[in-house]
Design a protein around this ligand. Sequence first.
Ligand code: ZN
Length: 421
Amino acid sequence: MSSFQKYYAKLTETADFLLHNPELGYKEFKTSKKIEDEIHKISPGLKVEHYLDTGLKVDLTNGSQKTIGIIAEIDSLYQPNHKLADTNTGAAQACGHYTQVTTALAILNEIISNHRLEDFGANLAFIFTPSEEFVDLAWRKEQKEAGKIDYFGGKQEAIKLGIFDDIDYCVSVHAIGEDFDERTIEINCDLAGFNFEYFDFYGKASHAAFAPDAGINAQSIATLFNTALALQRQQVKDPNRIRFNPVIVGENHESINVIPDHIKMGTDLRFFDIDNAQKLMNRFKQAAEGCASALGGSVESERQVGYLPLISSKSMSAIVKDVFSANEKIPGLIEDRGYTMAAGDIGDVSFLIPTIQIGYGGWNGTIHGDDFTLVDPEFVLAIFPEFVFNSILKISNNLDQVKTYKKTKEEYLTELEKMEK
Ligand SMILES: [Zn+2]
C-alpha cells in the first residue's frame, strides 16, 4: 500500500475540516493553524515559516542548486448561497482550494515518511498562499489604505515580501469545474490577467416631473457609456482573448421622481497582452469622459490592479505529459484548450519563473456556484496527489529540459505599476 493510500483516511478528515471551515482571503486563521498542525503531525521537527498572518512556507533542502515551489491556495470564495457557506462571512469552498492543501500535505507526507527528498533533483518549498479569490474588496481596500497590504492577491503580496525570491520553478494545481466521464487532468491551460476600473458618473438632481430640464441624468450617462463599450467591441484586437463586463455597482439611493445625480459603474478587463489591455483601458476612460460630457455631467475613474496572465511553461507540461503517459490510474488528459479567460494570481508567479497549473476533475456542480461538490475523493485525495508527486519528481530530475527564466521582484513590481496607469 502506498503512503498516499495509507494517508487517505487521515486526509479525508483534514479535507472535511477545511470544507466546513471556509475563510476569506487574508483571514484564513483556522485553515492556517490546521495546516500547521498537520505538517507537525507529519514531522514535528519541520520548520514552518509564517508570512502575511496566514501564509505558510516549508523548505525542504537537499543541497541542490535549484528549488521547485509547490503551491496550495488556502482561501475560500465568497458564495453565501453554498450549502456549506459560513453563515457569518459568506465564505464557501466553492472553488475547491481545500483540495490543493490536501494535495500538498499528501506529497509532503510521502517525502517525509518514505525519506524521498534525496530522490529529487531540486530542493522543494511548500508554499501555502492566502487570498487568491478577488473578493471582499471593501475590506481589502481598507487594509490597503491602512498600509497593511498593497495588493489584493496573496501571491502578489508574497512576491513583494520575498517569499518567492529563492524559488526557480513553480507547480500549482486547480480543480476543473466540469463533469467528466472518467478521471481527468488538464495541462497547458493558460489563464487571463485582469484589471478592474470603476467609473463614478455625476449629474445634477432635480424633480423628474416638475423640472427635468434642470437636471443632468447620471443614469443616462451610464447607459450611453454602456452603449459606447458595446460598440467598442468591434475595435478590439484579438477579441476572443479579451473580456469586459460593465455593470452598475453600489446601491441606488434615488427615488423615482428624482433625476439621479450619481451612478457608479465598474468593469473588469481580462486580457493576455498587457500593452493591448492598457490601450483598451485608456479607450474606456476616453469613452466615459465623452459620454459624461455629451450629457453635461462629469466622471471620475479609479483603477484596481488585478492579476497578470498565467503563461504556463510548455516544457514543464511536456514532462507532466510523460508522467501521464506512463501512469495507469488516470485515463483522461486535456492538453489542447490553450487558455481560459478565468484568472488567478498564479499568473503573477508565472511572470517571475516557469510555472504550471495542473487541473483535476472529480467534481460536480458549478465552480464558484452554490452546488460545487467533490464527488471522487479517492481520485482527488489519493490518486491525483501521487500523480503530482511523480510529476514534480520527474521535473526535478529533468530541469535541463525546462526552458528557464527568472525575473526579479523589482521587475515584477514595475510590471504591476504599469497596469496601474
Ligand atoms: Zn480558484
